[in-house]
Design a protein around this ligand. Sequence first.
Ligand code: SF4
Length: 521
Amino acid sequence: MDNSNNVFQVDFDAVEKEVHFYEKQQAEILNIEPAVQEHWVDKNPNAFHTSQRDTTTVLFGGLTLMQDVFIQAACTGIGYKFQALECPDNEAMQVGKEFGNRGQCNPTYFTVGNLVKYLIYLRDVKGLSTKEIIASYIFTTAGACGPCRFGLYVTEYRKALRDAGFEGFRVLLFQSAGGVQQGGKDLGLDFNPKFFKAMFKAIIVGDVINLLGYRMRPYEKTEGEVNRVLESCKQLIVEKLEKNKNVMPALRDVKKKLSLVELDRFKVKPKVSVIGEFWAMTTEGDGNYHLQKFLEQEGAEVDIQPVTNWTLYMIWAQQYDSRQQLKLDLPWMEKLKLRKKLVLLKLADVVMQSWFNRYAKAAGLNDYHLADMELLAEDSHAYYANELRGGEGHMEVGKLIQSVKYQKSHLVVSVKPFGCMPSSGVSDGVQSLVTGQYPDANFLAIETSGDGAVNVYSRLQMALFKARKKAQLDMDNVLKKVGVSSEDIMESTQAEKNLSIYPQHRCALTAANAVYQLFDK
Ligand code: SF4
């Protein structure tokens, strides 16, 4: 399969051929017989054919609750039977620990355990035989060639599935830095432009709706109102995705519905950026002790990281590597290929961003800027090499620096899963250097082991105490600067308090930005 035109895929056959050619060449030079060796191969059963599509349910999961629902709907819309697994809970982690290897990182236990837990449910509660489960279900997930444990996920799934009695269960792996591993040419899951379009549409719309929710919930006048309205917005979008229709009209309806929710943007709420390991900061359940919900209950506004940023980072990483390769002394054909790849990557980057901006505008997500990958790399470069991959790479470092430099939040919480290799090096090591250089940073790394909730909550409460003080200081400063009093604010009309959807960013505190917008004409 020639994947040279696809920026997301690696031509594994070509790589293999090149390695064998080099091996043969060296053997000739050294005058030795090439050794015939039988290497161990994990024979991951992953054959899934088009004829099985109608009778096979593709299980998946691992993003936010909203995105999992949208992906399920979008894939249904293009003819697949996709089913999102529930958000992994502590029981899933226990199952993961029971059947997984020792010494894995926490997200492995949660995600692997979540699949095994569901299959056990199908067998023991729904009464399906193991044979039926293996024949009519498959699982698809992301993977990578490393350098952290992410590269071993598929093997871990295999081990846990085998030990739990599901030998032969198929796991299809997306390679985050490569293509897709799937047996044969007759592909049951056809990763064509139509599929990627549906997938990215669901992810981006999910990001937009999530961001709207996190920006509005802390300021709602009636508790639970935003979630109630978001639930009906979710249904509007699901209906469109399930029919593979344009979601723009639904997003415009979302804007109308949300604009009717009564808010009070003048509430002083410390802003907390949640960063860290991708899965641990994205999940909304036991995997991070329901972190986002806890922070909101404690009176904070949560600044989440959209999944689109992760996609942009993957594009950036390929761009960076290609530019580095171009500096090598390569044949002109190779250089031409790399240049072509760079053009396609640029195109992918522009398409992702414009797609996001279009949806954001339609749904009323104003003044939101996706992370500038070049700027993130530049800001973090002095502390963390841009060549280092695994986990969030340099992004985590860059986000902390930018939070202080551009007054983005009053507290940065980094979620560090127990046993995570990249996160330990960054949160415990590099970020100490960063906070030394940026003393204004209010930074807290929390470790998620699944059983340390009380400890994590109390540490968060302590960090929030400082964040609240910073937020109040922002408010006092803006009131002084603009020359308005708290009474002026109290006398504002409801329309003024609503301030369309979100006041334009001038400092970390939303209430202060609202004051600027209303009184600093
Ligand atoms: S980044 Fe950390 S938690 Fe995530 S897969 Fe790698 S080692 Fe595990």
